[in-house]
Each structure stands twice: as C-alpha cells, then as structure tokens.
Design a protein around this ligand. Sequence first.
Ligand code: PLP
Length: 419
Amino acid sequence: MEIDASSVVLTSDALTLEKESDLFFHTYSRLPLAIEKGKGAYLYTKSGEKYLDMIAGIGVNALGYGNPKIIKAITDQTKKYIHTSNLFLLEPQFRLADKLIELTGLSKVFFSNSGAEANDGAIKLARKWATQFSPIKSDHKTEVLSLTNGFHGRTYGALTLTPKAKYHEGFYPLLPSTGTIQFNDGEDLRAKVSDKTAAVFVEFVQGEGGICALQKSFVELLFELSVKHHFLIVADEVQAGCGRTGDFFSYMNFGVTPDIVTAAKPLGGGLPLGAIIGGKRVEEAFTKGSHGTTFGGNPVAAAAGLALIEEMLEKNLMTQAKEVGAYFKWKLDEMRRNHLQITAIRQIGLMIGISVSRDASYYVQKALKQGLIINATNTNVIRLLPPLIISKKEVDQAVKILDKIFKGEWLEGLTESAK
Ligand code: PLP
C-alpha cells in the first residue's frame, strides 16, 4: 500500500501543519495525519487511510484503541461523577491504589496527572525523607542524581534530572543540588554518591534514551551504595512500566524493590494519570499539606486504569508482551542480516529500539507513506512501543514494511551515486 502522506493533510477543514503552526507554540513535530478514530492497533485518518500504530500514543495505549472494558469503566464512572477533588473518599482511587500496592509490595500511593508531575513529587518526597527522616537527617542531604540519557519529563525538577543539553537550553537556572551519573558506569556511580545524596533516579529500561537496560551489576552496586550512604532509589517506570516489558514494572526483572516508583502513561487507560508509589522507608515523609493536586487521581482516569490492569491480568498480556516481543526481535534480527544500516536491535518485552546509522526520523517519514507509524528517539534509534495486544500477524506486517524501506534506502543510495 503506497500512501501519499500529503494526501491526508486536510486543507478543507484546516487540520493542517500550517494551521497547527499558527495556533500552537512550536513545541511538537507532528505527523501530518488528521486522526478520525482508532481500533485495536490501527489508527484511521479523516480521509480513510489506515495506519498500523507501533507507538501507541507514546506507550500509553497498552490495550490498543477502543478497548470495551476501558470504555465501559469510563462511561460508568462518568455517569456517577467526573470530578470532586481530593477532598473526598473516592472509590476508583482506593481500588487502583490497592491494586498498585498489591502488585508492588510497596505501601503508599500519591496520584498525579502525568509522569513529569509524579517525578517532581518524588523529588520532593525524597528530599523531605532525606532531610527529616533518614538516619543522617541533614539540611545538606538534598542531592538528587540521575543517569545520562535518562528522560524524566519537562517540569523543572524532572527536566533537571533529564541531562540532555538540548532540553535545558534557555531554561537555566535549573534545580540546584542535582547531578548526573554515567549510565551503567559503576566507577562513576561510586564517585558521585555520598552521604549528601538523597536519591538516585533511574529508568531500569531507558525509553527515550533508545531502549537501553541497566546492567545487573550496576543495579547491585546501586543498592549496595544506597545502604551505605542512606539514599533512596527511585525507579521511573513511566515508560517501561504497566506491563510493557513483560513484568508489571521493569525493575521486577532485576529482583530488587526500589524505595519509590513513579508511573504514568498507560496507568490511566489513556486518560491523564500518574502515581508516586512509596515503600516503608518513606511512608511517613509526606505529611498533610506536603504535596497536593486538584486533578491528580481523577476518578474517571482511576476507573479506566483499574480496568486496564484487570484486563491485562485476565488476558495474560504481560506474558504475551514477552512472547510477541521475542518474536518481533527474531523477525527483526532475520531482516537485519540484509541491511547494514541497522547497527543494533534491542528488545525487552514490547519495548524495541532499532539503532540505525543515520537520523532515524528519515525512516519515520518513509514508514508513514507505507501505512506504518513508528517513532525516532535519541537521534538514531527507531523506537517501537506497540500496544500489548499486538498479534504476530501485525508484527509480520510491520517487519515487512520496515524491510521494504531499508531495501528502498539502499536503492535510493544507488540512484544517488549514479547521478
Ligand atoms: N519518565 C519517562 C521515563 C518518560 O518516558 C516520560 C515521557 O515520555 C516521562 C517521565 C514524562 O511523562 P509525561 O510526559 O507524562 O510528563
């Protein structure tokens, strides 16, 4: 199927990139697709084109589009009440918090609206604990560290912990008493942490960083040092969490339990919802008035999130993510043999990164013309975060299209050099 991307740019009712540029701050590089609806793993444009969606709302739509259980949960809750604020006892929040505690073995939950908000809240929680509740209890125990190539969000705290120069440009001064440790570098970790460290934020599997997992030895050292220096370990599970890697949270594959876990993306079943989940060490650190939000833990989002988790558990979707992810990797490895442009393929469950030898956004545009939605991250990584319901047939379809694009690129190169 050859699709001319320009044909799906609507001019009639002004859903165009030009109009977008007029209306909005220029923060996003949007695809020129005017979306009409989604079903399963597919998106449909207003002009009727069908796209296989391998990014699923940037890792949000774990059950794909139009899941009946999520729709029912949203509809039922909406009829009861949409918003009341956190002044009241709200059943959907209670049920979801209960489920998260059951799944993690941690003990306290705070609901936010997004991943960045959850991380900013976790920075506050870590500093409050470190200065007032840790065995060291010092005003100087405020340092919050994170890893190179990590991504934690765009609010000031989360942005500070996201050590990418491009994202920081123009926004100084950032949050003080922060620092960066080289990813998977044990020596650097040893050198950077001290009794002044309040917390180290990590993604056990970095998403935006190109689908890169922590090494077990690094994780072991991190936990060892956290005991020595009395600091907290915060697992940012915003992208890798909620089943995507085949475990409910990606840290679970490492046989460890962090002190704080942050989650978002799929957590609200497609509605905005984030969470800070804390263990025993921190459970008394937040006190009345320490933190708060008007919308966080919105009951409709919480009801949708609960439906998502129930469906995921009932349908064994985490096991499926592992199996289909392994199948995806096998097919990609097979394809890779013919394409020297691919330098590495990394896969954990249904988090997949294909490193390529040029700017990966080239492939995003090419794939779009073939009816496939993929994403580029960390400059030269093609990122795939398909819904967990993806079938092997849909995997075959995606690999076939990618193979065609890589072949076409080679032919394009020949044509160019013949000129
Ligand atoms: N943390 C990680 C690991 C993420 O991947 C993201 C978003 O991509 C965030 C935090 C920020 O989440 P949000 O966009 O919901 O603020």
